[in-house]
Design a protein around this ligand. Sequence first.
Ligand code: DAH
Length: 340
Amino acid sequence: MKEKIEALKLRFEEELKTAATEEAIEALRIAFLGKKGAVAELMTGLRDVADKREAGQLINEFKTAVETELSAAAAALKEAALKAEIRSAKKLNPSLLAKREFGSYHPITLATREVEEVFAGMGFTVEDYAEVVDDYECFEALNIPKHHPARDMQDTYYLENGQLLKTQTSAAQNAIMKKYGAPLRAIFPGRCFRNESTDACHENTFFQMEGMMIDENISISNLIYFMKTMLSEVFKRDIKVRLRPGFFPFVEPGFELDINCLICGGVGCPSCKNSGWLELCPCGMIHPNVLKAGGIDTEKYTGFAFGLGLTRLAMMKYGVKDIRDFNSGNLKSLSQFESL
Ligand code: DAH
């Protein structure tokens, strides 16, 4: 029995050396440990052996050794396969760029920058201002006291703490006058909010660009000159405009500056409420009460202010028919503009 086991051991070692695949190892396992395998055969032969105890022990030791070696061989094979896979895998090359889809500037951003550039060229500074403001800044400092009917025009989103989302960029006028004093030339673009029911030309969130010029001897002629220069530079073509009286408590006199609708050419369409004209830039001479609230000496200084409808300007400039496209996040319509 002892010799038999020794011979089997040698045979097993020899065959294990050449078992290079999972299948070969499995075949070896069946040949030695299977029901009709070598170990089972040894057990059958045990019947004829005198010292069964010793022979049984030898068979068991052999069986355990075969089991251990087979599972070690299987594990080594797996590890080698994994290493080979890692070696043959494509190496990561961080210098290779994936196909990149570039974004594009929002049309409002493009229009804002263009207007900013025009005014910067005329000596205006560009100011930034908050979106959450106080009642004082948005109304009272602008000559719109509590319960004034002009407040009804701007259906306001109030916050629980008494502040509000600014309904107009004019809300920054007071702070900017206090910050710089006179003389002053500043524009301040910003997002405005009103609880409007939306349609092709109304949105609850839109952009305006406010401007102020305060100095000695500022008159309506200065106002008209700056408005005309700005429009001709931004549109780069002749634009028909009309000026009509308009009421805003913070200017006196106040005007509505309309431009001919560039979407329909003036015949009338949903974008211009079928009038052929679009209110683009209400403006006027700053009311003395507003100047005083801003700490400006009204004996010495006068000024004009305007509230350009930036969103409307972008609609006209880029032929966007529906104002709701701007906030839609719809990349199909927004990505046609200049890419980064
Ligand atoms: N803030 C006004 C609005 O949103 C627009 C406006 C009118 C602004 C006249 C001005 C101005 O600066 O002078 O309805």
